[in-house]
Design a binder for this molecule. Structure first.
Ligand SMILES: [Zn+2]
Length: 224
């Protein structure tokens, strides 16, 4: 396969258009996802899982605190994923821009006022004849906050190639978002990669595993 040093979003976009037509994105919100805390094994819809993580588990067991403009990487082991299911990629307590006047560590006393809880999920479409599989990444939080958004990309195991997905709105009737098309919002849009995109990254890294890079921006304000 021919690999270029850097891909333009057009490469991804052309493939993404083909798979996107068959995708009912709203359905993802009702698909159960497994709780990522070891030995829990509970399964529930993504929004319920967020509440479950906050109420049934200690935040420091499951959540990673992230400040604004701070890139974090999450390994995605492809062999462990099941098509037709949601998977938790990251559980985040977003603290926003650093604020010296308040303490930020994720502790049992984590205050929802200070940290915006978020999940990054991945859904893989089931295999169908003549339709390329889609890898759909999306963010879930308690609000449709437009003041917080994320730059999400995939990177191969050697950290040499970064790939942007095709950003799609959850509801095609929504007005186009004002922000840059490089940013992913909570509960409103999605990032789609094709199986071919994922395969390209695996071939570069020579491993059935890739990384997702997330950088969050904005001021978390759940009640604003
Ligand atoms: Zn649990």
């Amino acid at each position: 396969m021919e690999c270029h040093g850097a891909w333009t979003s057009h490469d991804v976009m052309w493939h993404g258009m083909n798979v996107f037509g068959n995708l009912d994105l709203d359905v993802l919100y009702s698909k159960p996802v497994e709780c990522p805390v070891g030995n829990c094994n509970s399964r529930m819809a993504p929004m319920e899982l967020l509440a479950h993580l906050l109420m049934r588990h200690c935040p420091q067991e499951s959540m990673l605190e992230i400040n604004a403009n701070w890139p974090t990487l999450y390994e995605i082991e492809l062999a462990k994923l099941t098509p037709g299911r949601n998977h938790v990629i990251a559980v985040i307590a977003y603290a926003g821009p650093p604020n010296p006047s308040r303490s930020c560590p994720v502790t049992p006393e984590l205050q929802i006022v200070h940290h915006m809880p978020m999940l990054m999920l991945l859904y893989i479409t089931p295999p169908e004849p003549d339709v390329e599989q889609a890898y759909v990444f999306y963010l879930v939080s308690p609000t449709d906050s437009r003041s917080v958004n994320a730059h999400v990309t995939l990177i191969d195991c050697t950290f040499t190639h970064e790939m942007r997905g095709l950003r799609c709105l959850r509801n095609s009737l929504d007005a186009p978002l004002q922000n840059s098309d490089r940013l992913l919002h909570c509960n409103t849009d999605y990032l789609v990669y094709t199986a071919e995109d994922i395969q390209k990254l695996c071939e570069i890294g020579k491993k059935e595993s890739i990384f997702s890079k997330i950088i969050l921006y904005g001021q978390p304000d759940l009640f604003g």
